[in-house]
Structure formats: C-alpha cells, structure tokens
Design a protein around this ligand. Structure first.
Ligand code: UD1
Ligand code: CA
Length: 457
C-alpha cells in the first residue's frame, strides 16, 4: 500500500467562538473537537499525522500528545499556509495525504476511508470531500464546469451572487498526492477577500496544470459540520450525543429518553442497564449490567458494578459495587469506595469514605474521611466530625457496629467491632469492641415544674 499521511489544521484562534479557550479545544461530548478528529484519523493506517498548531499551541499539543506529530504555524495566514508548515516533516515523501480541519468533530474514519478509496480509484492528484448543503452559507462552494468537472472552490466572502447559490460545499477534507500538494501550495497567493493563503486554491492550480481533480460527495451532511461558533458547537454536541446514545442502545442498554441523556464518549455501560432521563455519565465512568441509573443522576469518573440502582444522585471519582442502592438525593464525593449491597439513602453525603459489604447509611448523614466496615448501620443524622479547622482526621467504624441516630463521631476515633453507640451521642474517645457507648447528658424530668412557673407569675 502507498504511504498515507494526514494533516490536521488546528492553529486558528476561532474568533467567532468569543472564547478564552482555543476553538479546537472546545469539547463535544466531553472530548476536544480536534481530538475527535485525530482519533478518527488514527484509524486510517496513517504513516504520520501532523497537527498544525498556532493559537494555544502548547495546550493543543499537550492534549494530543502521543497521538500526532506537530508543526507550528506562527502566524495564521490561512489554511494553505497552515498545510505548508508540514512540509519539513512530510514534504519529500511519496504517498497520499488527507487534510482535515480540526473544527469538524463529527467526521468519521469510514467517510475518510471512502474518500481515500475514491481518490485512488480515480487516480486523482486531488479529491475534495463535498456535501450538498440546504444552507451553504459560510462554506466554500465547489464550482464545476458545464461538463460537471471540478474547476475550483470559492469562499463565501469571495463568491459572486451566482456562486453563492451553489449548494455543493467544500467540507474542508481533501486527499492529495503528497508531492503535488506541496508543489501547488507554493503557487497559492493571498489575493482574496480575507488576504489569506487558501488551501482550496490548490484545486484550481492543479486543474490548470491538467491534473486529475475529483470530488467525492458524502450524503451525511452532519459529519461535515464545521464548528465556527457556539451555535454550531451545540449542533455538534446534539449529533454526537445521538450517535453515542444509539451505540449504547444497539449494545443492549435501554435509554428511556435519548434526547435528555448525556453520555460522554469515554463511558461504557453493560447490557440491560436502564438509563432514565436527565442523566449525565461523564469521564471514565463504567457502569455494569442490570443497573438503574437516574432519573437525574450525574456520574463522573465512577466505576459501578452490576444490579446497582442510583436515583437522583451525584457521584464523582468513586467506586460503587454490585447491588448497591443509592439515593434519592445522595452525594458521593471523590475517593469513596462503596462495596456490594451497601445502601446510601436520602440526603447522605459521603466523602473519601469506604463502606464494607451490606452497610447502610439510610438518611441525612455526612460520612467523610471514614473507613466503615461491613454490616454497619449508621443511624439517621450521624456525622463524622472530620475537620478541626486545620486538618482532617479519620473515623474508623468496624464491622457490625450500630450507630444510633444523631451521633457525632469526633475524629480521630475508632468504634470497635459490634459496638453500639446510643442515639444522640458525641463520641470523642475510642469505643471498644462489643461495648455500648453513651455520651450525652442524662435526662432529668422535673415533675410539676410547669405548674410552678405559672404559679409564680
Ligand atoms: C474552511 C474552508 C472552506 C470550507 C470550510 C469547511 C478555507 C480557506 N476555507 O473555511 O472552504 O467550506 O473550512 O468547514 O480553507 N487554520 C489554521 N491556520 C490558519 C487558518 C485556519 O490552522 O491560518 C485552521 C483552523 O484552526 C480551523 C481550520 O483551519 O481548524 C479551518 O479554518 P476556518 O477559519 O475555520 O475556515 P472556514 O472559514 O471554516
Ligand atoms: Ca471552520
């Protein structure tokens, strides 16, 4: 097979985004646009991929480290000028080069592979990926001769009224014979409305030389969406979200309302899990089989086992076992480790705490910086008092402990195996195994005291 190269254009600032964040780093379903592009390009058996960086070069490079080589475009003088920056890395090679814009996050490897195949079949020196757009505004238009041959591409800002009516657009994805590409780029001028060196001008240059130039039209206009502003960003998000949700449904996950379910690309979900509306699954979240997630739950970077139910709750960066029942309205904060068959109920906040098998905190508690054994029952309103204003301390609750309602466990403190804590206790000292600990003022009943008060009035 001939050599294959890829050039991804990612040096522009993206003025129309009106953002501090460089355009190609804006995430779509949790992953920066340009990374979507690189990940698809990586599936194409590429010898070398070069990303052109400029604005936010360091940030883009560190985001894509290991996935691409880089060439710096110090001044952004146009897409043609951008590609030229790859000359040092690949200019002398024989082969086919695919050029993609870093702001087309929906493009797929399949479409690029079809384009490459068409390019090879046609023995072309350049092939444009085009699409038919109902509303072509803003895109370069593909101008064909009366015989239907591609002649050139004209940008929106340079197009005549007649040319603006053309609905076949340049998607910004091209295949070139590598050497012809770099040769033709030398002839591109910046004599146009934007004063830029346009990559699409390579097309008319090659046509003028009598080289074969072809176009491959995709019927999936969605894939070619170029994200220049936040409106297009939201459209890309919507389409990508649909794709991700459909993949999960095809794999055996029930999603009750896909339009209101937000799952990032990195997330995995097992079969027969049901996702209710308003749910967000993000980051490195992995949900097992036969779970019920939602409605209105947010899991970020969580590992969840099988047969677990998480309703109206938030969990971040934690591990949650099998047959666990969480919510409604629980908050699992980072570094929590919840074993099988645990119950974390209404208005319970967990932080950096481990829970052993079968333990329960069913209502209104804060359990932070704690190690909770198995089969522990934490009564309603229990609080681990973990912070003295300066440092955090650990609460250890061993297996089988029963903590009565409304207890304060003032850390550092250890409650020994099978011990009982009487309701309303403020525990400041360790409790031995099998003990009952009561730490509250003894109740005093003053008989007929109310009558005395009334008498004195
Ligand atoms: C470009 C095409 C247009 C096409 C559209 C498809 C040109 C001149 N126009 O227009 O025909 O229909 O994409 O989405 O190519 N970039 C650089 N360096 C630069 C300029 C741009 O790296 O000097 C990068 C940008 O970061 C971006 C990509 O190239 O990722 C495209 O640039 P953009 O300014 O968005 O071009 P469009 O106006 O969308
Ligand atoms: Ca663009």
């Amino acid at each position: 097979m001939t050599n294959r190269f890829a050039v991804v254009l990612a040096a522009g600032q993206g003025t129309r985004m009106k953002s501090k964040l460089y355009k190609v780093l804006h995430p779509v379903c949790g992953k920066p646009m340009v990374e979507h592009v690189i990940d698809q390009v990586s599936k194409l058996n590429i010898n070398k991929a070069v990303t052109i960086i400029g604005h936010g070069a360091e940030a883009v490079e560190s985001q894509l480290k290991g996935k691409s080589s880089f060439a710096l475009q110090e001044e952004q003088l146009g897409t043609g000028h951008a590609v030229m920056q790859a000359e040092e890395l690949i200019g002398s090679e024989d082969g086919t080069t695919i050029v993609v814009c870093g702001d087309t996050p929906l493009i797929t490897a399949k479409t690029m592979e079809d384009l490459l195949q068409h390019h090879i079949d046609q023995e072309a020196k350049a092939t444009i990926l085009t699409a038919y757009a109902e509303n072509p505004f803003g895109y370069g238009r593909v101008i064909r001769s009366s015989e239907g041959n591609v002649e050139r591409i004209v940008e929106q800002k340079d197009a005549s009224a007649d040319e603006q009516k053309v609905k076949e657009i340049n998607t910004g994805v091209f295949c070139f014979d590598n050497k012809h590409l770099f040769q033709a780029l030398k002839e591109v001028s910046n004599d146009n409305a934007q004063g830029e060196y346009y990559l699409p001008d390579v097309i008319s240059i090659l046509v003028a030389k009598g080289e074969t130039v072809s176009a491959f039209q995709t019927d999936d206009i969605d894939e070619t969406l170029g994200v220049n502003d936040r409106i297009a960003l939201s459209q890309a998000e919507k389409i990508m979200k649909e794709r991700i949700n459909m993949d999960h449904m095809r794999n055996g996950v029930t999603i009750i309302d896909p339009a209101n379910t937000y799952i990032e690309q990195s997330v995995t979900i097992g079969r027969d899990t049901i996702i209710y509306p308003g749910t967000m699954l993000t980051g490195e979240t992995a949900v097992g089989e036969d779970c019920i997630i939602g409605p209105h739950s947010e899991l970020k970077d969580c590992a969840v086992g099988n047969n677990t139910v998480i309703r109206q709750s938030v969990a971040h960066n934690s591990s949650i076992g099998n047959k666990v029942n969480i919510g409604p309205f629980a908050h699992i904060r980072p570094q929590s480790d919840i074993a099988d068959e645990v119950k974390i109920g209404n208005f319970v906040e967990i932080k950096k705490a481990s829970f052993g098998k079968g333990s329960k905190a069913s209502h209104l508690s804060y359990i932070g910086d704690a190690e909770v054994g198995s089969d522990v029952n934490i009564g309603c309103g229990t609080i681990t008092v973990n912070y003295d204003g300066k440092n955090k301390f650990l609460t250890k609750i061993e297996d089988g402990v029963f903590v009565g309602c409304n207890s304060n466990l003032v850390a550092p403190v250890k409650i020994g195996k099978n011990a009982y804590i009487a309701a309303g206790s403020t525990i400041t000292e360790d409790v031995p195994e099998e003990a009952l600990s009561i730490a509250r003022a003894r109740q005093v009943n003053k008989e007929d005291y109310v009558k005395k008060l009334k008498h004195n009035q």
